[in-house]
Structures are given as structure tokens and as C-alpha cells.
Design a protein around this ligand. Sequence first.
Ligand SMILES: C[S@@+](CC[C@H](N)C(=O)[O-])C[C@H]1O[C@@H](n2cnc3c(N)ncnc32)[C@H](O)[C@@H]1O
Length: 212
Amino acid sequence: MNLIISRTVDEYIKSFTRPDSGTLELERFSSQDLTISDVRSYIEPETGKFINLLIHVTRAQRVLEIGTCTGYSAIWFGEALKKTGGRLYTVEHDIQLVNEAVVNIREAGLEDTVEIIHEDAFKALAGFEDGFFDIIFQDVKKALYVSLHGECVRLIKPGGLIIADDTLFKPLNVYYKFGEQTDAYNRLVFADKRLYSAIVPIGEGLTLSVKL
Ligand SMILES: C[S@@+](CC[C@H](N)C(=O)[O-])C[C@H]1O[C@@H](n2cnc3c(N)ncnc32)[C@H](O)[C@@H]1O
């Protein structure tokens, strides 16, 4: 359940959040798989829909996701990018998750839109040129948000968006250790003069930063 808003509001929003793809059947990516070990935790469907909408609004062509897991969020973004004619590059270091994601992406018919990069995030990001991406989605291990920030700013084009998930863990008082890490990330981006940032209370929080 969304931890921010009341159950009634949460259920109301979710009632408008039908998956865009049959592959996004929520049971397939069941919350039974959720752990707080930061491995199997998927974005909320309403977060998927919101970023899908941002891809449409910005007509994004190149989107980077850091942290694929089994491809749930990649399918939300891939559905939008199929329509904008763009491409999603999504990075995952765990081969078992990569294999699951490959199957899910193929079942969604998005294999020509979504490229899964099996690599450590630092190594993968180093391979792209400055300003390559229109949107970057940080959903990797929370401890890495701060250390990957410099690379994200390098890789995002001026006017592009860096989006980080789970950034309200601290005030929600959940997953204490991760809350400190996402709080450190928020402090970093709000102090970064190259960016203009805002926090949106959707899912467990999204921090959006536009590169000035
Ligand atoms: C929160 S999950 C991603 C969930 C996914 N975005 C979704 O909503 O469906 C974070 C993922 O980051 C991966 N990860 C953690 N550290 C990584 C690293 N250094 N490089 C690449 N992937 C990493 C984990 O294996 C995990 O699958």
C-alpha cells in the first residue's frame, strides 16, 4: 500500500491506474516478493503512470533507468517510449533478475524499445556521453543515490529530468537505514545549483530535478 496518503485516497488513485500492458498484471510482480533488502521492490503503479505521462509530455527519446529488477517499471516506461519513438536503457547487475526482466520485456512486446544492460551501475553509466539522456530514473540501492548523483548530472541534458524514487522514506519513518540515505540524496540535490528540484508525494515519494 502507498504509505503516504490515506487508504481511501490511495484506493481511489489506484482505481484510475489500470496497467497499460497486460504484462503489467500486478500479480506477476506480486508484493509477496517485496523485501526491505532493497532488491525486489517495485514502483507503485501510480508512479509508473506518472513517469509514463512525463515521458509523453517531454517527448523523451532517451531514458535511463538505474535498477531494473524484473522489469516492472521498465514496462511502464517502455509503453510510453514506444509511442514517443524513444528508447529505455535499464541497468541491472544481478544476472538472475536480468534473465527474468528479459522474459517480461519480451512478453510485453517491448524488446525493440527496452535495452537491458547487465552491468554494475557505475561501469554502465561511464559508457555514455555527457547530456545523452532526456530522463534518468534512479531506483537502485538507496545507498548509491548520492554516489551516482554526479554521473547523473553529467549524463542528463540541460532541461532534462532526474527522477529518484522512495525519497520520502525518512518522514514516512519506514526502512530507517534507507530513509537516512534518501534524505542525504534530497539534501544533495536541493543544494545543487545546477538543478531545480521538487518532491512529489506519490508512491513513497519522488524527487524531480531539472538540469538548468
Ligand atoms: C528497487 S529495485 C528496482 C525496481 C524496479 N525499478 C521496478 O520498479 O520494477 C533496485 C535494483 O537495483 C539493482 N542494483 C543494486 N545495486 C546495483 C548496482 N550497483 N548496479 C546495478 N544494479 C544494481 C538491484 O539488484 C535491484 O534489482
